[in-house]
Design a protein around this ligand. Sequence first.
Ligand code: AMP
Length: 210
Amino acid sequence: MNIVILLGAPGSGKGTVAGKLAADNANLKHVSSGDLLRGAVAKGTEAGLEAKGYMESGNLVPDALIARMIKDVVAETTGDVTMLLDGFPRNLAQAEILEEMGAPIKSAVLIDVPDEIIQDRIAGRRTCPKCKAGYHVKNLPPKVEGVCDNCGSELTIRKDDNPETVKDRLVVYHRQTEPLIEFYKAKGCLKTVDGMTGVDSVAAEFLKVM
Ligand code: AMP
C-alpha cells in the first residue's frame, strides 16, 4: 500500500477527482477524512459527537480525533493499493502524524483553483448522503435534478457549505493547510494540477502526475 495525498482548498474538487479515479481504477482507494467524520456524526459515535461542533463552524476537529480514524484505515489497507487521501493531513502536525504511521507517501498533488472561484463552486455543490457521490448544479449535474445517478437517493447540501461557513473554511485552509504545500515541496514529492479544466481532464492529469 502507498499513499497519494490530495491538497487543495475546500471546493477545489479533491473528492470529485478522487471518487472518479477510484471508481475507474480497482487499485485506487478513496479515503476522505470529511466523509469519515460525517459518517461518525451520522452514527452518533463518541468521535462524531465531539467532531460535530467543529465541523459545523468550519473549524478543524482535534488532530488526535481524526488521526485515530485515519490510522485505522491505513492499518486495514494492504496489498497492491494506492490510497488517495483526501482531507488529511490538514495541518503540519497531522503531516508529522502521518509520517509516524510509516505508510510510504508516493506524492502530494495540489489541485489548484483560485479563491474567487471557490465560493461559486461550493454554492452549487450537492452530495449524495448515501453513496457520497458529488455533483454540481452547473458543472456536474445529475441526470435527474436532485437525484443521485448511482443510487437514486435524494441529493443534499452539506451543512457547512453555507457562504459564511465557507469563508471561515477558506481562512482555516490558508492559515493551517496551505503550509503543507511547502512541506511536501521540500520533501520533493509535490505535484500540481490545474483544477480549472473540467473533471475528466483534471482526473486524467492527476493520474498522470501522481
Ligand atoms: P471536508 O469534507 O474535507 O471539507 O471536511 C469537512 C470538515 O471536516 C472540515 O471543515 C473539518 O471540520 C473536518 N475535517 C475533515 N478533515 C479534517 C482533518 N484532517 N483535520 C481536522 N478536521 C477535519
